[in-house]
Design a protein around this ligand. Sequence first.
Ligand code: BT5
Length: 251
Amino acid sequence: ISKHLSCMNIANVEVLNVIDSTNQYIKNKSGDLVNGHVCLAEAQTAGRGRHGREWVSPYGASLYLSMHWHFTGGYTVLAGLSLAIGVAVANTLKLCGIDDARLKWPNDIYAQGKKLAGVLIEVEGQIGSGCDCVIGIGLNVALPNNVKNIDQPWIDLMQISETPIDRNQLAGYLIDELHASLLLFEQDGLKPFVEQWKQLDVYANRAIRLIMGQKTIEGIGRGIDTNGALLLETQSGLQSFHGGEISVRAK
Ligand code: BT5
């Protein structure tokens, strides 16, 4: 990835070679950073997903990107942020001529029924004094065919796009889109993103199962509400589900 990306805030973009995790890198520096500061890496040796899962991060094959943002207000202002970021990633892909990205609650970007990208948001801070947030995105561009350790179906842009993907252009678009989306989210919350999220929802009007530990609930996916809760139509009516360790599967 070039150090001369075409994006608005180029002064705040760091391009690194191999590091443990771009999220960890931004976290370590967060006290000194301005909103929108970004780092990108060519590979991660300890790329992470949610709940201690791994993000497989081979060299030069993807975008591994993290952005710093300080929110005034406590954690509750962040409800739904990962959904807004999903919309930002889908919009970025549209700018590159890719229309088939879909969103899976709460933080996945899918294409052709397989995982294309993931969002990991990590927060530090105290309620009342604002919080420092790291917005991490892993987006598969051209993974080696023999990539190991991804324990679910995956896809990359190379398989989807009719034209070759320029990672530098993609990174520039993504940085600008994230910046604009975070400004909007800071001002108006998830609301401006809800309709678009629903249009891209993988599970809209489909029979799904929510798995919460030992418990499973079945119903029809009905999108999200303005707080980012997943809406499920069950036999006992419309129910909403908030974050935590919930996985959603097709029935
Ligand atoms: C995520 O977690 O999807 C969030 C991934 C965020 C990664 C970025 S890379 C830049 C920044 N720095 C970091 O250290 N992390 C962020 P989760 O929903 O928990 O999904 C993890 C699961 O996705 C794994 O258990 C695998 O099943 C699958 N997976 C792992 N690597 C993958 C890949 N390269 N492509 C598609 N799926 C993958």
